[in-house]
Design a protein around this ligand. Structure first.
Ligand code: ZN
Length: 242
C-alpha cells in the first residue's frame, strides 16, 4: 500500500514483480497531504514558501488581523527548509489514475483524514521515509482539515469512477467521516455503493458507527464499510500507524 509521492512507483514495481502475490493499493495519505497544492496547474512547481505559509500560517481576516506569534514563526522557519517541493493535486490524480488503470485489481489507499497528526520536524531534508510521528519531534502545525478533505475527495471520486475499493484512514474525524460518506452517497449515488471502504485507525464513535451501518450496510448490502481496531495511540489522539 502506498502513501505518498515517493512510494507509488515502489508499490507498482513490487506488483509487477509478483503479480501472483501482490494486490497493490495506490493513494496519497493525509500525513503527506500538506505537500499537495490544490490550485497549482498540472505539471507546475508551486512556490515552496508561499505554498507552506498559506497552509500553516494563513493570514487572518483584516478585521481580526493578528500576526502569527513569534513562536509559530520560529517553528515555521525551522520546518520550512525540511519540506519537499509541493506537487499539484492534478498531478497526484493523474499518477493514481495511471497506476489504478495499469493494475485492474488495485485498491485506492492509503487515503483518509487525520485531525491529530502534526507535521514532524526533520533533522535533515526529509527523504519521505517517515512522514509519521514515530520518534520524531513534532511541529505545532496540522494540515488544515479542509485541505485534507479536498485531497481525499478528489481521490475518492477516482475510486468511484474506476470502481475500486478504498483503504481509509480516519483519526479524530468521527462526525466528518459520517458527513463524508453522506456527501459521497449524495454526489455519486449508486456508484458510491458499488465500492467497499475499509476504515482503519478507526476512531469513529459507536453512535456514528451505528448510523453508518444503518445508512450504508443494512440499506445496501453490497456496499461494505469495515472498521478495523484503532491503535491505542489513535484512541488517545496521536496517530502512529500508517
Ligand atoms: Zn492509516
Amino acid at each position: 500500500m502506498s502513501t505518498q509521492e515517493g512510494d507509488q512507483s515502489k508499490v507498482a514495481a513490487l506488483a509487477r514483480a509478483r503479480p501472483d502475490r501482490v494486490i497493490p493499493a495506490f493513494g496519497y495519505h493525509p500525513w503527506w497531504a500538506h505537500r499537495i497544492s490544490l490550485s497549482a496547474p498540472a505539471g507546475s512547481v508551486p512556490d515552496h514558501a508561499t505554498h507552506y505559509r498559506a497552509l500553516f500560517l494563513p493570514e487572518s481576516p483584516p478585521s481580526s488581523s493578528q500576526p502569527p506569534s513569534a513562536e509559530l514563526e520560529a517553528a515555521f522557519a525551522r520546518l520550512l527548509p525540511t519540506l519537499p517541493p509541493p506537487i499539484p493535486l492534478a498531478d497526484v490524480i493523474t499518477d493514481v489514475r495511471a497506476h489504478l488503470t495499469e493494475f485492474p485489481t488495485a485498491m485506492l489507499g492509503e487515503v483518509g483524514i487525520d485531525r491529530a497528526a502534526r507535521i514532524p520536524f526533520a533533522t535533515s531534508v526529509d527523504d519521505g521515509s517517515d512522514g509519521g510521528t514515530n520518534n520524531r519531534l513534532l511541529s505545532p502545525f496540522l494540515t488544515p482539515f479542509a485541505h485534507q478533505l479536498s485531497v481525499l475527495e478528489a481521490q475518492l471520486a477516482l475510486a468511484v469512477e474506476l470502481r475500486r475499493n478504498v483503504s481509509l484512514h480516519s483519526v479524530k474525524a468521527s462526525a466528518q467521516t459520517r458527513e463524508l460518506f453522506d456527501r459521497m452517497a449524495a454526489t455519486h449515488g449508486a456508484a458510491w455503493f458499488a465500492i467497499s471502504v475499509d476504515v482503519h485507525s478507526c476512531t469513529l464513535s459507536p453512535e456514528v458507527w451505528r448510523v453508518i451501518e444503518v445508512r450504508l450496510f443494512h440499506l445496501r448490502p453490497p456496499h461494505l464499510v469495515a472498521c478495523t481496531s484503532p491503535t491505542p495511540e489513535a484512541r488517545g489522539g496521536t496517530s502512529t500507524d500508517g
